[in-house]
Ligand binder design. Structure first.
Ligand code: PGA
Length: 266
């Protein structure tokens, strides 16, 4: 495939339901200081209650702060939920449709689409997660499943608006998340191609090639190279390893090599 050299390398930390406001700031600062690599876009997504602490800890660092989810309405009787306007000044990125949100909180592709609309209208940069469960992979249905997820969330939306908002797609096979069983680089590369084919079939044209596709699922400093060796893969969404500064330093160092090789590091 032809590679659009303007795609950034993104390493995004998804801390999930870990850290307290008291320890999040120190962890963010440590990770930031150990992951500075030219051409590598860094994002840290702590729990909501640690957003302010992480934002403050990262003042002066070129690290994006992201939320792990957001509600699709602006305000109202939704006990326990957080809306896009509430994130103003706290986060500039947001993870949408993570498989744990889908599995444990019933999020559908349609809902992910509604969240996407709100996120973009509110100026948040979305990381939209897709990925198949093990039964789908074993049946060879993974590309069909991901295509349906993308269509369900993106259809009817103006690709130019989504691309201008810097949308990122994260391919996270559910069987690889938190299991220590990562996909092969070739599988991630094949899916990145399939994702861009899905986007083209939705009328994205060149926008498909301009959209970063990340891999996620048991990424570590030991296996990140396998994914970044694939020209169609533009970085990683990292869960468990993102809580470990040594791991993040190793992942960022490898990402820095890729950024340089792809001409992004100048
Ligand atoms: P993991 O999580 O790296 O712990 O597998 C990835 C994710 O859920 O984004």
């Amino acid at each position: 495939m032809m590679r659009d050299m303007t795609r950034p390398i993104v390493i995004a930390a998804n801390w999930k339901m870990n850290t307290t406001p008291a320890d999040a700031a120190g962890l963010a600062r440590t990770i930031a200081s150990r992951t500075r690599e030219p051409g590598v876009t860094r994002v840290i997504c702590p729990p909501y209650v640690s957003l302010a602490a992480v934002r403050d800890a990262l003042a002066g660092e070129d690290v994006g702060v992201g939320a792990q989810n957001v509600h699709h309405e602006l305000a109202g009787a939704y006990t326990g939920e957080i809306s896009v306007p509430m994130l103003a000044g706290l986060a500039t990125w947001v993870i949408l449709g993570h498989s744990e949100r889908r599995a444990y909180f019933g999020e559908t592709d349609e809902l992910v689409g509604k969240k996407l609309d709100r996120a973009i209208a509110g100026g948040l940069r979305p990381i939209v997660c897709v990925g198949e469960v093990l039964a789908d992979r074993e049946a060879g249905r993974q590309e069909h499943v991901v295509d349906a997820q993308l269509k369900g969330a993106l259809e009817g939306r103006d690709p130019a608006v989504l691309v201008a908002a810097g949308i990122v797609i994260a391919y996270e096979p559910v069987w690889a998340i938190g299991t220590g069983k990562n996909a092969f680089g070739a599988d991630a590369a094949a899916m990145a191609d399939a994702i861009r084919a899905s986007l083209r079939s939705l009328g994205w044209g060149d926008g498909a090639d301009a959209t970063p596709v990340l891999y996620g699922g048991s990424v570590t400093s030991a296996n990140i190279g396998e994914f970044l060796a694939e020209p169609g893969v533009d970085g990683a969404l990292i869960g468990g390893a993102s809580l470990k500064p040594d791991e993040m330093a190793g992942i960022a160092a490898r990402a820095g090599i890729t950024a340089q090789a792809r001409g992004l590091a100048s």
